[in-house]
Design a protein around this ligand. Sequence first.
Ligand code: SAH
Length: 360
Amino acid sequence: MNMIQNETTAARADLLSMTFEELREFLCELGEPAYRAKQMFTQLHRGTSPDEMTDIGKKLKAKLYETSEYKLPSIRRKLVSSLDGTVKYLFALGDGNAVESVVMKYKHGNTICISSQVGCRMGCAFCASTIGGKVRDLLPSEMLGQVIAASKDMGERISNIVMMGIGEPLDNFDNVMRFLELVNCEDGLNIGYRHISLSTCGITDKIDILAKKDLPITLSISLHAANDEIRSSIMPINKKWNTSALLASCKKYFAATGRRISFEYTLIAGKNDSISDALELADLLNRNLRSRTETMPIHVNLIPVNPVEESGFATSGKKAVEAFASVLEKKGIRATVRRTLGADINASCGQLRREDEKNS
Ligand code: SAH
C-alpha cells in the first residue's frame, strides 16, 4: 500500500492510491462494514474528500483524518487557449513540487495529457522537462489527481488520457501500472484502456514486461531519429538500448498484444528532417518490423519540434514536414503531422514548470 510521508504522522495511508480491495481492507481495519468501500471509492475518484462526504459519520471522518491522506493537486496556474479552448494546468502537489497537465478538446471528447514524474532523468536534448533532472516519481494518486482535478475544474468528463506530459512513465513503472488499473476501474473514473496512450523514450526491458501484461492501451515510441548515430546524439537512452533492440521489443509487443504502435518523430531543422532521413526512417521501420509475410501496421506521428530556449533546435518548415510525410507514405508507412493545439499558451509540456521555477 502506498503511504505518504507526512510531518505530523509517521505515515498516512494514501486513499487515492488504493485499489478497491485495499480500501475495503483498510476500512475493515477501522471497523467499517464492507459496503463502505464502494460508497467511498466512487466519491474519492470523483473528487470528493472524506470530509465532504455526506454519507459517512463524524467518527469515521475523525479516524480517517488521523490515519489517511486525501489531497488533490491544486491549481497554481491555468491557461486557456483563445484559439481552441485547450486548457493547461500547472498543478501544485502536496510537497510544493509542480507538474503540468493539458486538456485538449476534440469532437470525440476531452483528452488529458498527464505527467508521470516531477522532472525527468532521460536527458533528451530537445525536451524542457529534463533540464533540471528528475526530482521524484509521482504516486498513483498524484497521476489520478491530475485527471480528477482537471475534470472537476472544467465541470466536464475526461474520456481519454495520454501519458505524454512531464516524466518517463516506464521509469516509474509500478506506480504507472497501478494508476492505469485505478483509472480503468468501473467504480472509479472507468476510462477504458483503449482510450489511454502511454509514450516512452524506449525503456526496452519495461516494454517487454508491459507486453506480457497485455493491456489494450496504445503504446507510443519516441523515436526521433532514423539511425543510432543521430538518436544517441539527442536521446541518451539510445546508448543503453539502440534502435534495433528497441524495435525488436516493439515487434514482440505487437505480436503479444495485437495493438498498433505509434512512433513519434520530432522534426528538427537540419538534424533529422531531410529526404534522406525520411528514406532511412522508412527503411529502418520496414526492415525491423516487417517481413515479406508480416505487414505490421506502422504509424508515424510527425511533430515539428517545439523550440525550447536551452536546446537551440529550430522547427522544420512546413514544406520539409510535408515532403518528409510523403516519403514515408510512399514507402507504405502511415504518417500524420501532429496538429498544434494551444499554440498561444505554450502548451508543450515542461515549459510552464520551467518558467515557474525560473521565476521563483
Ligand atoms: N518520456 C516520454 C513521454 C514524455 S514526452 C517519452 O519520451 O515519450 C512526450 C513527447 O513529446 C515525446 O515524444 C517527446 O519526445 C516529445 N517532446 C519533448 N520535447 C519536445 C519538443 N520540444 N518539441 C516536440 N516534441 C517534444
